[in-house]
Design a protein around this ligand. Sequence first.
Ligand code: TXA
Ligand code: MG
Length: 325
Amino acid sequence: MSAACRIVSEVGEAVALLAAGGVVAFPTETVYGLGADATNPEAVGRIFRIKDRPTDHPLIVHLADISQMNDWAMEIPDEAYLLAERFWPGPLTLILRRDGRVPDAVTGGLDTVGLRVPGHPVALNLLRRFGGGIAAPSANRFGRISPTTARHVLEELGDRLELIVDSGPCRVGLESTIVSLVGARPQLLRPGAISVADIEAVLGRSRVACPPLSDRPRAPGMHASHYAPRKPFRVMERTLIRESISRMRGAGRKVVVITFLSRVDDLPDNVAFHVMPGNPDDYARELYAVMRALDNGDFDFIVADAPPDALPWQAVRDRLYRAAG
Ligand code: TXA
Ligand code: MG
């Protein structure tokens, strides 16, 4: 596609490239995105080719501010305005009834569209200067781990991309919370940094339906196996890890454990481990970089111990279990 991919810190070239129908990688507070002009079906088509992503998987349209919401959606319920006013710019994507002007290329032919105003100064600068909506999935190859630094994007897509806008590591580190507002009841489609409790603090208690991961593939691109390392990956309760690891090592496999506990004396001797922060926000920020590094390391098998089944850990648990398939 292009001979050399360049990494820049200013958005000027990216604005020009978007206007010319090109594709650029850019930072957001969640993960790096791979953006194109959302009104240009050919430009949007390039995103799918670069990622090897099936074309029926819908993309999120990124906007500069809330006033652009009705350029892209119609029959917008009051709940959308309440949530957007509270959480935008920020890591929340709203699924709304799409406006007729939204190209099929963006929504995969669905009658809904995902919208988000990202909470990142460089992304907002890019959006304001470009002036329109930017369709953008995460800037990784299809099914792989989302990038949280410009270097990750370069590793994933450097041979297929012209330009990456670099603004350092992403503050949140996991993809946005997705809430659908097109059904009878608001529905959580993907947990993220904004929790169900945060959303219900705005919409009212017990208002949001939260289907379990196994019941959730209601949109293409939502299936459970996603965000995955190439190496075999499992999530296990800590009490089961010791025995499983002994078995795997007995079979001659090099295992590494991602653990959120600082206590490692119950792990088998000489097993490799990576201690994560004990706080869910910090854990989330580091998770994808750690998975990527271990995936590139000299191991045959990656095991993570399961963080607590509690609301603050919901997004982290979701991504760990998806990575495990
Ligand atoms: O944090 C994020 O959301 C990042 C940054 C770049 O904004 N973007 C991101 O995009 O994670 P992507 O394409 O990797 O994941 C978007 C998810 C997909 O699983 C897709 O199925 C879902 O959003 N989605 C998009 N539009 C949808 C729609 N109309 N209905 C249901 N799900 C939708
Ligand atoms: Mg993605």
